[in-house]
Design a protein around this ligand. Structure first.
Ligand code: PAF
Length: 292
């Protein structure tokens, strides 16, 4: 018997949240697309620790998939997710359909008014995945409107997404956003729902991403501050594998720019995207000495 409440309509979920808030509960919110792994569960644990209740949304948001095949193949198992969330202590998990989230749309993507995702959506993921961040910003704003959380939790692995969400939350006047560290398997592979689609050999091939990021971090520790040199190193190490590299980049983690920064860097975030077979993976690491 599961203790967690499972709600399959966003409006009912909003009513549940309203009731809890009316009784003074602070809601820690973790938006997800399901296919939960330990990285998500770490967010839920933190949401639970820092608030009175943790609420999780599970919605494979069609607005943010620029590739219909990726949307189709995205792993889905609400039953298994609910069990994991129950064990982790989430109080409520909810889902819904596009038509339920956006009642004016009639379930048609073309009828959902998209939000402008702001300047942090420019470059890298925003450039490779047109419309992706508008889809993310649109659903996240809607989820915030429904849940009205005291705080919301996002994983750092989707680094550019965290910049977009921080900008969105600023524009909306809240909630405070907590960006939580990437969880890795002992091998170094960053946890991701898409890892479920990798073969055993591809899981080994995918280690080239974290290997490249650690090599760049080590170069930084030895004094390398030049963005072009760090990017070349990332591309070289990640590229010495069967992966098809889409980008190997660095950005200033505190000041997002569409283009690579010039001159000597004071801070650096390494960012990689690559295809492993037909699975697109991203990974990121803070290269300078700052925590995480
Ligand atoms: O990171 C994700 O899983 C999604 O982009 C999010 C934030 C749940 C929005 O659909």
């Amino acid at each position: 018997m599961l203790v967690i409440e499972r709600i399959d309509h966003p409006v009912l979920a909003a009513q549940w949240c309203d009731k809890r808030r009316a009784r003074g509960a602070r809601i820690g919110f973790v938006p997800t697309m399901g296919a939960l792994h330990d990285g998500h569960l770490a967010l839920v644990r933190r949401a639970r620790e820092e608030n009175d209740v943790a609420v999780v949304s599970i919605f494979v948001n069609p607005l943010q998939f620029n590739d219909p095949r990726d949307y189709e193949l995205y792993p889905r198992d609400f039953g298994a997710d609910a069990v994991l969330l129950d064990v982790t202590g989430a109080a409520m998990a909810f889902t819904g359909t596009l038509a339920q989230f956006f009642p004016g749309s009639g379930g048609d993507l073309a009828n959902v008014p998209l939000r402008d995702p702001g300047a942090a959506a420019e470059g890298l993921e925003g450039e490779r995945r047109p419309g992706h961040f508008a889809g993310v910003a649109t659903i996240v704003a809607r989820l915030f409107e429904l849940v009205k959380p005291a705080r919301a939790y996002f994983g750092e692995k989707d680094f550019q997404q965290t910049r977009v969400v921080l900008e969105l939350a600023r524009a909306l006047g809240g909630p405070p956003i907590e960006v939580c560290p990437t969880l890795r398997e002992p091998s170094g592979l960053a946890m991701s729902s898409r890892n479920a689609r990798l073969s055993p050999q591809q899981r080994v091939d995918a280690l080239a991403l974290s290997r490249a990021l650690y090599a760049a971090q080590s170069a930084w520790q030895k004094g390398e501050r030049d963005a072009d040199a760090l990017c070349a190193l990332l591309a070289r190490v990640a590229g010495a594998s069967p992966l098809r590299i889409e980008y190997a980049e660095v950005r200033d983690p505190e000041r997002w720019t569409a283009a690579r920064p010039r001159g000597a860097l004071q801070r650096a975030q390494g960012l990689l995207a690559a295809y492993c077979g037909d699975v697109r993976l991203i990974d990121t690491l803070r290269l300078d000495g700052a925590p995480r």
